[in-house]
Design a protein around this ligand. Structure first.
Ligand code: HEC
Length: 209
């Protein structure tokens, strides 16, 4: 009895030693996995607060409308970096639908301007290490859309649209929903998947079941 117990303990110890040795040989350094996901939250007056860390959400695409190609002032200048909150991405990946509570952020980013990046007056491009083209510069605005069947029962598709300003950081702390014809109507008419422009987001198309 005593003997077999100690044999078991011995086996366990050697498994432990092998595991420890494997861990020591593992060339991948440990990376902390705990990133905090904070969705935009609503206030008592109905406004919404900034979602603090949208840049750690899932990045889905970056449509580009250079000012130079849009009469000097694009409606949404210039890169549009679009992110989806991760739990909503998981739901989309499993079902191909936007869950109630889905949040998207769209951050505007200007083209890079620098001494070594003189913008072409015709299209705003410049020559950089990888070639003639378009490169991201400074952040220039933040928008948000939220699907919520309870809060936005009367909005088409239950989607509401917000802007924290088209300006350099800091963006506004809070925002109130736009009327449907300011934002929602164009999405309803032109977006491929339930008000969302998945035709421009390869990451979401690839994840759709
Ligand atoms: C004229 C059409 C049009 C109007 C009006 C419009 N959008 Fe959009 N929106 C787009 C297009 C096209 C995209 C796809 C990405 C891109 O090109 O920016 C988009 C994408 C977005 C996204 C990313 C998620 C998605 O649905 O694809 C957000 C957030 C957004 N718009 C917010 C707004 C807000 C806020 C307003 C109102 C101030 C607004 N939009 C008005 C056309 C429009």
């Amino acid at each position: 009895m005593f003997q077999s117990k100690s044999r078991v303990a011995g086996v366990l110890m050697s498994i432990g030693a092998v595991t420890a040795a494997l861990a020591l040989n593992d060339p991948t350094p440990a990376i902390a996995q705990d990133r905090e996901i904070v969705r935009a939250s609503f206030n008592e007056d109905g406004s919404v607060s900034q979602p603090e860390n949208w840049r750690t959400w899932i990045f889905v695409g970056a449509p580009l409308t250079p000012n130079a190609l849009n009469g000097g002032e694009a409606a949404f200048p210039e890169y549009h970096n679009v992110y989806i909150e991760p739990s909503a991405f998981e739901h989309w990946r499993r079902t191909g639908e936007w869950a109630d509570g889905t949040q998207f952020a769209k951050e505007l980013v200007l083209l890079r301007q620098a001494d070594d990046c003189e913008p072409d007056p015709d299209n705003g491009s410049c020559a950089q290490t990888s070639g003639q083209g378009f490169f991201q510069g400074e952040f220039a605005g933040l928008e948000l859309k939220v699907k919520d069947a309870t809060r936005f029962a009367d909005e088409p598709g239950n989607w509401a649209y917000f802007s924290f300003g088209h300006q350099p950081e800091p963006y506004a702390e809070t925002a109130t929903a736009f009327p449907a014809d300011a934002c929602n109507a164009c999405h309803e008419a032109n977006a491929a998947d339930d008000f969302v422009f998945t035709q421009y987001y390869p990451v979401l198309r690839a994840a759709k079941p």
